[in-house]
Design a protein around this ligand. Structure first.
Ligand code: AMP
Length: 310
């Protein structure tokens, strides 16, 4: 089973209490693709500039990620610079250079069109909708992400509502969920969002884990939510990409199974947590580039034992 992901492939500058890097490979689609590549075939749709190095493209290729949908164009790649203070759940954006992203018009290569899974990483909801429409034929499950900027600006918000109608599983954090639903209670916000289109909603609570809410009757079950903890890590070096890596583990695991039911979703929540926890142990994508399936499975067992009552 293959997953198409559309989103940013970027360079990041990151500062956290554990150190800093001036420029490293980043981007939401990059983190997603690396995390999902341990479970299934991943195909990227993105745009980069002429500063994008062969070495960085090889990072993706060496994980057997299909990069034919990465358009190379004149100019500079998307660049993001952020900083984390003691509260590692919150990134402070210091600089966003859209560069070649400004005129991004994503085209899904014809070789990708037989993919059954699609992930719309955090980009303009109009572009997300556009890619969703190009993939209408075979796609079985569409995951999506978004951020405050698209939720709060009145024009983008309208477009986001339109796009949400075509998203099966939305993955956002609790602050974003409250803003999207204009509702301070998370469970009530979840019920409101489930009326907007998504059939399932994953709300991430940073270092405290994540909860999946379902629309009654979808994926073979009732309305009751399921919560997975996050692994208590002693040192988080760089939280960048945690959400996208969670989404990669979550969607990647689902795509690797041949059914779409509650049990698969529950295990996917744990695999999402596993991949998120690896991502934050080192700066940038370093940890996600060279994992083994055995390391992933060992950590999955640790997660299970964290909540298992004999
Ligand atoms: P996360 O920490 O999971 O929210 O994702 C961080 C990644 O998203 C970084 O690698 C950035 O390059 C990328 N990013 C930051 N801002 C944006 C944006 N406005 N649009 C697309 N990607 C972004």
């Amino acid at each position: 089973m293959a997953i198409v992901v559309v989103g940013s492939v970027a360079y990041d500058g990151i500062k956290s209490p554990s150190g800093s890097v001036d420029r490293c490979l980043g981007g939401a689609a990059t983190y997603f693709a690396l995390a999902a590549s341990y479970f299934t075939q991943v195909r990227i749709v993105a745009v980069v500039g002429d500063d994008f190095s062969q070495e960085d493209e090889n990072v993706l290729r060496s994980r057997k990620i299909d990069t034919r949908g990465i358009e190379h164009t004149k100019g500079k790649s998307f660049f993001w610079r952020g900083e984390y203070g003691e509260n590692l759940n919150e990134a402070k954006t210091l600089e966003t250079q859209l560069n070649v992203f400004q005129t991004f018009n994503p085209q899904v290569p014809s070789e990708y069109l037989d993919s059954e899974f699609l992930f719309l990483a955090n980009i303009d909801p109009v572009l997300q909708g556009n890619v969703r429409a190009q993939m209408d034929g075979r796609v079985k499950l569409v995951g999506g992400d978004t951020m405050n900027y698209w939720i709060t600006d009145p024009n983008h918000r309208k477009n986001l509502f339109q796009t949400l109608k075509g998203v099966d599983v939305l993955l956002i954090n609790d602050t974003e969920a409250k803003l999207l639903a204009t509702e301070p209670s998370v469970p009530r916000a979840a019920q409101k969002i489930l009326q907007m289109g998504p059939r399932a909603l994953v709300i991430k609570h940073g270092e405290y884990g994540a909860t999946v809410f379902f629309k009654e009757g979808e994926f073979g079950g009732g309305r009751h939510p399921f919560r997975a903890p996050a692994l208590p890590l002693e040192e988080v070096r760089d939280p960048t990409g945690a959400g996208d890596s969670f989404a990669g583990g979550f969607m990647g695991y689902i795509a690797s199974q041949n059914r779409l039911d509650r049990e698969v979703f529950k295990r996917a929540m744990f695999y999402g947590g596993v991949m998120g926890s690896f991502a934050v142990e080192r700066f940038g994508t370093e940890r996600l580039q060279a994992l083994t399936r055995q390391e992933i499975d060992i950590r999955y067992q640790v997660f299970r034992e964290l909540t298992h009552i004999g």
